[in-house]
Design a protein around this ligand. Structure first.
Ligand code: SAH
Length: 361
């Protein structure tokens, strides 16, 4: 008979409370939970042996009971604009992407929540190979810790201010609301002063619009930002790009967003992809004005990153200007996102898709 050890859990899959109750169960004093959390998230150590202020006995006990293992970096590329893209190889060899985006004002990590994606948006490379599995909260946190480690190694800015990982966006591969429990568990640790201590307002969850999860989101009592991928102005235009619109039509989505804004007293950001001749038209600007009138919201315009499988092209500067003039005319507030990391295929799931292609051919 084979005597198999029971499967160990990753220690970063434990919330603070879960860690505290484990430590209590092995008769450790309550302050140990804070110490272990500090090592994991403030210091970001990758082994129990490095947790210097714990007794030797406790370090070995933790090592016996838990796994603490960083994801392996399969590749890492930095683009001319400083955007760095990481491809991680997980324990079961699933590949996930994480992007570090430093700008003058902020340092952002773009985090994946699933290996692959179920939603098949017709411009996004993440959905090309389908969905594989949810990421655990340890795998989500690991991406953040990894990027933070890299940021800590960056030279200070010109004014000698140390660079700090300031913003987290759940805009990598996958749908955060389709893996909500693990995403929320990770967010609590990212936000907690005992964890990574990143302000909730600097954490953005981006969703295709899974309406039934909005209520749960609103009830969390954490002031994170909600971004909703809109990408259309009515059912016909949204159906073309986002198959999920057949399940949750745009009017229901907007109603759910209004309800969310009312419940949380927070604004919602709508993401809107600019594709030449398709989404970036005079009619679209007019209809967006009608759709979003009176809402406490912001419209984030994202010139599309071309993915060869879809054949979409971003509009020219002039076409974008004509579109934003149209938005001005109907009184919609917008921001225009600058494309980053294009020279290293840092756009939305492209690196992972490339890695899959090179495995499959
Ligand atoms: N599933 C979530 C989060 C991942 S996508 C969501 O859909 O919101 C994060 C953002 O990147 C979304 O707004 C998505 O529409 C955008 N995106 C994906 N592929 C893109 C591309 N090729 N060009 C520009 N934006 C893209």
């Amino acid at each position: 008979m084979v005597n198999r050890e029971p499967e160990k859990s990753e220690i970063r899959d434990l919330s603070f409370e879960e860690l505290a109750s484990y430590l209590e169960s092995i008769k450790e004093p309550p302050f140990r939970a804070g110490q272990v959390f500090k090592w994991l998230y403030e210091q970001g150590v990758w082994s129990f042996a490095d947790m210097k202020n714990l007794s030797q006995g406790l370090r070995s006990r933790l090592d016996q009971d838990f796994i603490l293992k960083p994801n392996t970096v399969a590749s890492q590329v930095t683009s001319r604009d400083g955007t760095t893209k990481f491809l991680f190889d997980l324990a079961d060899h699933q590949k996930i992407e994480t992007v570090l985006i430093p700008t003058a004002e902020r340092v952002t990590a773009c985090i994946s929540t699933q290996a692959g994606c179920k939603f098949g948006c017709k411009f996004c490379a993440s959905g090309l190979g389908g969905w594989e599995r949810n990421l655990t909260s340890a795998e989500i946190l690991d991406q953040v810790l990894h990027v933070r480690g890299v940021v800590r190694g960056l030279p200070p800015e010109a004014n000698k201010r140390e660079r700090r990982l300031s913003h987290i966006v759940f805009m990598g591969t996958g749908e955060p609301l389709d893996n909500l429990a693990n995403v929320l568990k990770a967010i609590r640790i990212i936000n907690s002063p005992q964890g990574l201590n990143i302000a909730a307002r600097h954490i953005t969850i981006s969703t295709v619009g899974l309406i039934p999860k909005f209520k749960e989101l609103a009830e969390q009592g954490i002031q994170f930002e909600l971004a909703v991928s809109l990408h259309g102005y009515d059912d016909a235009s949204r159906n073309v790009l986002m198959p999920i619109n057949k399940q949750y039509p745009i009017k229901e989505l907007i109603a759910a967003c209004r309800e969310y804004i009312k419940r949380t007293n927070r604004q919602v950001t709508f993401e809107y992809i600019l594709i030449a001749g398709l989404t970036c038209t005079d009619k679209a600007a007019r209809e967006l004005g009608r759709l979003l009138r009176g809402m406490i919201c912001k419209l984030n315009l994202i010139p599309c990153n071309p993915v060869s499988e879809f054949g979409h092209q971003p509009p020219t500067k002039e076409q974008i200007r004509a579109f934003t003039n149209g938005l001005d005319a109907v009184g919609v507030h917008y921001t225009l996102r600058r494309p980053r990391g294009q020279d290293v295929a840092a756009a939305c799931g492209q690196l992972r898709a490339l890695a899959r292609k090179s495995v499959n051919t």
